[in-house]
Ligand binder design. Structure first.
Ligand code: ADP
Length: 258
């Protein structure tokens, strides 16, 4: 709280009272902290791949380039890290466009079933590699929903990416869809690592991760869920999560019926 007191005088120059101004600084402090946290987070996320790239480039220059097998291995690592940097900057740009309403949304009546079918083609190999079982539990004659098809695809990609990433081999990943009143409810579920109760309220914050060390190696940007949440909100829907450690997670969101 910021307080300032100014006395005021009457015609005889005697103090007749004072003006007290009180300003609640909590919100200003909160925004300031968010800003500095954001810069610290971005710098950290950029630094990790950059440090790795520098290390491998230096080793190559120091002579490793003369060994073709070794050189190729190092260049592959550099390529992967560059990919990570590109994903991170793409995600940051998307998020800032969504947050500042600069994104041109093309909202129309879309069939989520069709979109999910397209998305699952991308995941076929990864599901097989990790020996994960995938299935769908869709209500019959599922109504179309109001959404931008490209960004709805992104929502399912981000949620499925996490489900696959955080579920150990042999587990299950599935999508449920059900009509409820004037919305359709979608649930992206897995039998994976789950999220501790104390982390649940912060899971949709940008750069928030449950296990900083585990996620750092997994190639994620920590922005996936923040993007998903903003998109669902922009479509007029709602999103939340139900999860139990070592049992699995359900990311549930609603979209308005067409
Ligand atoms: P990341 O790129 O780290 O996956 P996200 O924003 O997509 O970033 O997710 C934030 C964090 O939420 C993750 O780092 C992870 O700790 C947790 N998380 C997200 N989805 C799941 C899931 N399906 N199972 C377990 N943990 C999850």
């Amino acid at each position: 709280l910021k307080v300032s007191i100014t006395p005021y005088r009457n015609k005889k120059e005697k103090i007749a009272g004072c003006i007290i101004v009180m300003k609640d600084m909590t919100e200003i402090k909160r925004i300031e902290k968010m800003r500095t946290d954001f810069i610290a987070n971005v710098s950290h996320e950029l630094r990790t791949p950059l440090t790795s790239i520098r290390g491998f480039v230096e080793t190559l220059i120091d002579g490793a380039y003369q060994d073709p097998t070794l050189a190729k291995r190092f260049l592959k690592i550099i390529e992967k890290e560059v990919g990570r940097l590109c994903r991170l900057t793409d995600n940051m740009l998307d998020l800032s466009r969504i947050e500042t309403n600069q994104l041109k949304l093309n909202i129309k009546d879309v069939s989520a079933e069709e979109i999910i079918r397209e998305v699952m083609i991308i995941f076929e190999n990864r599901l097989k590699e990790k020996d994960l079982t995938y299935y769908e539990k869709f209500q019959e004659n599922l109504p179309k929903v109001k959404a931008d098809p490209d960004w709805l695809r992104q929502i399912f990609v981000n949620l499925m990416d996490n489900a696959v990433k955080y579920t150990p081999s042999g587990g299950k990943v599935w999508i449920e869809a059900e009509s409820k009143g004037d919305v359709v409810e979608f649930r992206v579920c897995d039998t994976g690592a789950g999220i501790p109760e104390e982390d649940l309220p912060r899971i949709f914050e940008r750069f928030y991760r449950v296990d900083k060390t585990r996620s750092a190696g997994s190639g994620g940007s920590g922005l996936g869920l923040a993007i998903v949440k903003h998109l669902v909100k922009a479509f007029g829907g709602d999103i939340w999560v139900e999860s139990k450690v070592n049992q699995g997670s359900k990311f549930i969101f609603t979209l308005k019926k067409a």
